[in-house]
Design a protein around this ligand. Structure first.
Ligand code: NMN
Length: 329
């Protein structure tokens, strides 16, 4: 009887701590003090210490697990993780728009435009509301199972508000500018080669065999897509982003919906000018046809979807000054 109560308390603590972490890390809106959180955490550790058989990988105490022996195993994605076709100019965006409209027989459509975060794509699998696996994109068909490292990322929920027996959530693991600068400062102090950019740093950090190192690297996650699922009906990208938020994922808030390409182009240029203000690196913007029914009709080529395109920002302008004399080459 007492044991049952203790077990119930353990479940309650796991849920509460996961929820408080979500408020704290994903929404940036904690509802309890760190002191209160730490007391609950310690209570959970105590119960788990007395009952090691009750410790499960979805416990908040298990975010940092053991070292992986012998490298990562391969995992085949249920649905391929396609890459996006790149465009570099406004006219290429207009061409994309013309082709999409032609293929849809001239019917009305909407575009959802999102920032393209410069990190690495990952596939997260949840079963009955619990995180079970995290896999890198790899070649799009087969990726590497980096579950133990993914679990260390605080904005990746261990429990979600969706009880589908199988759901794949896709998004970007990235390193914020703050975390990247701190990491490189530390590496310079330790006389190690600094990382060239936040994407390399994120990729290197996610592929560590020791999750402790990944945990220290302070990675983050934005969700933006869905892969194979069972029993979920979502009709558009806009609806998907709203649902991902409800499930407890961190969704980048800068996305907008448009009905014509000229407005998309203006929006993209606004961000090209302002992207230095963002606390994470971006390398472009993604334009997606909003309706999933229209996406399905447009279909995919072997490698890329025909309903989305990535506009790549030109490389950031670097001003070189030598002894106060501007040098032009
Ligand atoms: O490793 P975790 O459990 O995420 O905690 C790290 C730090 O963050 C701790 O100092 C903890 O107190 C704090 N934290 C606070 C809350 C809160 O709701 N006040 C939630 C998650 C973590």
């Amino acid at each position: 009887m007492v044991k049952d109560k203790e077990y119930e308390r353990l479940q309650e603590l796991k849920e509460k701590l996961d929820y408080y972490s979500y408020l704290y890390y994903t929404l940036d809106r904690p509802s309890i003090t760190d002191y209160e959180y730490d007391l609950l955490y310690r209570e959970l550790e105590k119960i788990e210490g007395a009952h090691p058989e009750w410790v499960t990988p979805d416990s908040p105490t298990q975010r940092v697990g053991h070292k992986i022996q012998g490298g990562f195993t391969k995992y085949t994605h249920d649905r391929p993780m396609l890459s996006l076709g790149d465009v570099f100019t406004d006219n290429e965006l207009r061409e994309f728009d013309r082709r999409v409209r032609d293929d849809l027989g001239g019917e009305a459509l909407e575009y959802v435009v999102e920032l393209k975060i410069d990190g690495l794509a990952i596939n997260l699998i949840y079963e009955n509301g619990t995180f079970v696996r995290g896999v890198t994109r790899g070649d799009g068909i087969v990726g590497e199972d980096v579950t133990n490292n993914v679990r260390t990322i605080k904005t990746i929920p261990l429990k979600i508000n969706n009880m589908s027996p199988h759901i794949e959530i896709r998004g970007e693991v990235y390193m914020s500018v703050g975390a990247f600068d701190a990491l490189n400062r530390q590496r310079e102090e330790d006389e190690l080669e600094p990382f060239a950019n936040p994407r390399n740093a994120a990729a290197g950090s996610l592929r560590q065999l020791d999750p402790q190192i990944t945990a220290e690297r302070n990675l983050s996650f934005f969700a933006y897509a869905i892969g194979g699922t069972v029993g979920i009906e979502i009709n558009s990208q806009e609806e998907l982003l709203a649902d991902l938020k409800k499930f407890r994922f961190h969704v980048n808030k800068e996305y907008r919906k448009f009905v014509n390409m000229e407005d998309v182009i203006k929006f993209i240029h606004t961000w090209d000018e302002r992207r230095d203000e963002l606390p994470y690196a971006t390398d472009g913007m993604v334009v997606k046809v909003n309706s999933f029914a229209q996406q399905a009709r447009l279909g995919n080529t072997v490698k890329i979807p025909r309903w989305a395109v990535a506009y790549k920002f030109p490389p950031e302008r670097v001003v070189t000054k030598v002894l106060d004399i501007s040098v032009s080459v």
